[in-house]
Design a protein around this ligand. Structure first.
Ligand SMILES: Cc1ncc(COP(=O)(O)O)c(C=O)c1O
Length: 363
């Protein structure tokens, strides 16, 4: 079977983890700090704060955007429920904007239509790793003086007009969950743009505890804002440190596979590829297509030993978000046909050729 996903675990991971296990620090310690320094250097992001998941990063970003009871957050339906559930943690309301057919990313013109005086933040997802229209989105947020939060769970290593994702919006949230480009089993990263939010994020990820050495033998503690237990531990950090060394190689191979799919799958009747532009570099986490007769497409691939899947289901449909919105014409149009095909670092060129050949033979 050619699988959809396969975790990338570098050969150096076991030694790195064992080294931590032999030390006194297996909780948050020096490896977490080392990982953060490395993220700053490799991703070229200003203020990285590691956490225990992307969901936690999103929750902290929403808190720091001032989202509270009955506040609105404009977001996309085309994502994992994990993007939007943290809005509910804050007592806020997810207001769903429509997506663009050619990228499946949120449509800035729909964001404009949905903004009200209660909107506190715009939450965007770089679908499959391909950056959203950030100039337009940032301009809308600036006009209204509200935050932009980027869910970059798919988009590690992506770039927008040469700038790294993680240095654009006020808050960017990455995931190192099992099947992301690099993983620590579970883990996340929140990047912010200024020192004030950086200091606050570091407090909020650990109960809000501000700890200073008093000068004698005791620590002095202070808690001024309720925080959470969202920090990363040194075991996870050690996994990320060694895998960050491979990030460029991982992304290069993922791009090679995506390029091969783009080339091999163009012009097929009943199949639409998502568009790409030179000014946006994808993290290539997924390769999504829009297929006529999706069920038939998936069955044909499965019969030939290839997995394919929707991966995420539009999340406005869930009762917790209020049920399916009818005012999202593009989402409604895309819904029956989108599906992703295998993309991970264990795929061989032969695997990719087989996927292309199977699809080309029709379904
Ligand atoms: C778009 C998106 N957002 C958020 C998440 C949640 O990430 P985590 O599991 O690190 O909390 C995921 C996980 O797959 C995701 O795909």
């Amino acid at each position: 079977m050619i699988n959809m996903f396969w975790p990338y675990i570098s050969e150096k991971v076991s030694d790195a983890v064992v080294e931590v296990l032999k030390t006194r620090w297996i909780g948050q310690g020096p490896k977490v700090e080392e990982a953060e320094r490395k993220f700053k250097k490799i991703l070229n992001v200003p203020f990285p704060v590691t956490v225990n998941s992307c969901t936690s990063a999103l929750h902290l970003a929403l808190i720091m955007s001032g989202v509270g009871k009955d506040d609105e957050v404009i977001t996309t339906p085309m994502t994992c429920s994990a993007t939007n559930i943290p809005i509910l943690y804050c007592g806020g309301k997810a207001v769903f904007a429509d997506i663009k057919k050619d990228t499946m990313n949120i449509d800035p013109s729909s964001i404009r239509e949905k903004i009200t005086d209660r909107t506190k933040a715009i939450l965007v997802v770089h679908w499959a790793g391909y950056p959203c229209d950030m100039d337009e989105i940032l301009a809308i947020a600036r006009e209204r003086n509200i935050s932009v939060i980027e869910d970059a769970a798919h988009a590690l290593g992506a770039k927008y007009k040469g700038r790294p994702v993680g240095s654009l919006g006020d808050f960017t949230c990455f995931s190192f969950q099992a099947i992301k480009q690099i993983t620590s089993g579970d883990g996340g990263l929140l990047t912010v743009l200024n020192k004030e939010n950086y200091d606050r994020a570091k407090l909020l990820r650990w109960y809000g505890i501000d700890r200073a050495f008093q000068g004698d033998i005791y620590w002095k503690y202070q808690i001024k804002e309720v925080g959470y237990k969202y920090h990363m531990n040194d075991i996870a950090a050690a996994m990320l440190i060694v895998q960050l060394d491979d990030l460029a190689k991982i992304l290069k191979r993922r791009k090679e596979i995506a390029d091969k799919y783009h080339e091999g799958l163009k012009g097929i009747d009943g199949l639409r590829l998502l568009s790409r532009s030179k000014e946006k570099e994808s993290g290539n986490w997924l390769f999504t297509v829009q297929a006529r007769d999706r069920k038939g497409f998936t069955k044909k691939l499965l019969d030939n030993g290839v997995e394919s899947h929707m991966v995420h289901v539009r999340c406005d449909i869930y009762p917790i978000f209020g049920g399916k919105r009818l005012d999202l014409p593009v989402m409604n149009e895309v819904e029956p046909g989108y599906v992703s095909i295998p993309l991970h670092n264990k795929l061989t060129d032969e695997d990719v050729d087989k996927v292309i050949k199977t699809i080309k033979s029709g379904w």
